[in-house]
Design a protein. Sequence first.
Length: 372
Amino acid sequence: MSTLATTTPTGPSVIRFERARKEYPDGTVAVNGLDLEVAEHELMALVGPSGCGKSTTLRMANRLVELTSGRVLVEGDDISRTDPVALRRRIGYVIQNVGLFPHRTVGQNIATVPALLGWDRQRIRSRTGELLELVGLEPGVYSGRYPHQLSGGERQRVGVARALAADPPVLLMDEPFGAVDPEGRRRLQQEFWRIQRELGTTVMLVTHDIDEAVRLGDRIAVFSQGGTLEQLTDAVNLLARPATGMVADFVGQGRAVRLLGIGELTLDDLETGRFPTPTGPAPAPLLGPASALRLGSRLDDAFAALAASGGQAVPVAGTAAGGAAIVGVLTPDGLLGALRRITAESAAAEEAEAAEAAEAAEAADDGAAARG
Ligand code: ADP
């Protein structure tokens, strides 16, 4: 789902950590001098092994954890100077196991922050209905239920709806899909991603699951012990070029497979001059009709279709928008080419950025020399 975001944020920064440090009273240094910026509308995933300071970092942004030194700015305000209660009303927060109020209905749970903000009843009711629909729960069915009358996945959806109720510009999520079974989790991730794009909410999401980070993050921050930022980049770059040994280990053996999961098929990956002329008996399909491929299909679906065809050329239809005509065929070489293409695209973007940064630094030096 991730697009090939560049490694520097494009919008203004909404959350900014400056030399942020947290030392707990027992002497544990959870985060040590973190500099990090989350851009407007960005979904940043914080990922890393257990205990590396991800949750502490997240909780510094809504003052559930107070910094030992450094500062955190939210929409330009130094949050140590803002009222923590007011701050938390403007920042949504979703945690694993959600923490819904057990004796309040789904509707009342979602209405928590709007009620605190003094919205009138009609506005609250219409917002609650709208949000339930957004997260895929029929308001007439779910609004009056209590949390114990919901499945784990449904509770998680209500948790997301509650966090979005007052349309906060910033949403902090700590292992938000952790309590959901793998299949439900994938579906929730997909739906959440759609909602986030639609609302444009700036999100910081903590996960220990590299696949979740790669699927959802515009950029991914990989942490190691002590809240040390090992690498901050987009999904393709992370998978194709882990910056340190720690990142390579964490991203693990399945890197190529994960790359397949985020790339998409383009016309350049196809042979357009010929149509498939399978020789010999047609192989039995393993994974459904190979002809289901179209431009814009994900590369892992393309891989499955090639496997189902016994490694022969697979026809690819129309445009991603829905054209039906066959525009070319995908071969195993074409698929390899596609993998190389997405890796090269991200490398080119990274180089362009490095060049731009060097130019900017040079211009600043020239300016300083001219003044001096
Ligand atoms: P993560 O979210 O990456 O698993 P945390 O931010 O929860 O990591 O924790 C980072 C480190 O800080 C860990 O060593 C953890 O044991 C420690 N820690 C977290 N909360 C506290 C606390 N309240 N008191 C003391 N140490 C803590």
